[in-house]
Design a protein around this ligand. Sequence first.
Ligand code: ZN
Length: 281
Amino acid sequence: MQSSLNGQTASFTSDAVFIDGKTPYYQSRLLNEYGIRHAFFTRIGGVSEGVFESLNFAEGIGEIRDSEERVLMNYDIAAKCFGLSAKDVCRTYQTHTSVVVLADESKRGVGIVKPKFDFGVDGLVTTERDLLLSVRTADCVPVLLCDKSKSVCAAVHAGWRGTVGGITKNAVEMMCESGIDKSEILVAIGPCIGKCCYEVGEEVRDEFLAVDPLYGSFFTPNGQKFMLDLNKANEEILVGTGIPRQNISRLDLCTKCNENHFFSHRRNGTSRGTMSAFICL
Ligand SMILES: [Zn+2]
């Protein structure tokens, strides 16, 4: 960890590597050890303005909208870091589902230069080279996965609904259909809202308990509410899926605490931009 964000230094357990520059991004130390091409972009280095300043990847859901052109330019800026362009991106159509889709060559440019998916897609798996998978977040968890031999990779958007709905498990199972073993899969859990800031009601905890009573360990009581630890939840659910714990890397960076680097829905509501995480073979 090379930077102190907003006065908050990442914990010593963080696996985050900060790549500084005109378009800075975070990476996972573990994925880097295997030469896996991936990036968790910050809000810095794009062309958007106002509440979307500046590396924004979605037009927005509030009253103020960013322009399609600026979002496309931001995709181009990010793709260039991979030696690619926006038309190489495949973009999810996120609706908090647990749906994962295999992105073959025909999905190159979906949601960018081709129409978006016409149903909710919150996770993507690919075996194609140079096909850049994009998931977008502003507190939810971006999870990037790749096998050690770099034959198959995945990008997942996991909010609390996707997390409890088993979206990462769905991605792992689809990756294994290509013939790899779970022990070969490496995972990076990216910047997301931390247990320091993510207060939820009893109804959220009840949904986790309904799946597995052990999931109660993801929650810490806070008055009438609970603090939910999405980093831990995703790590434990992946371990339960059969991924070795040493194959899981956590960046442990809170999007709400670190305003200089990240957009946050809990901090700014709908008046905010959206970050993107990318992975490709
Ligand atoms: Zn926080």
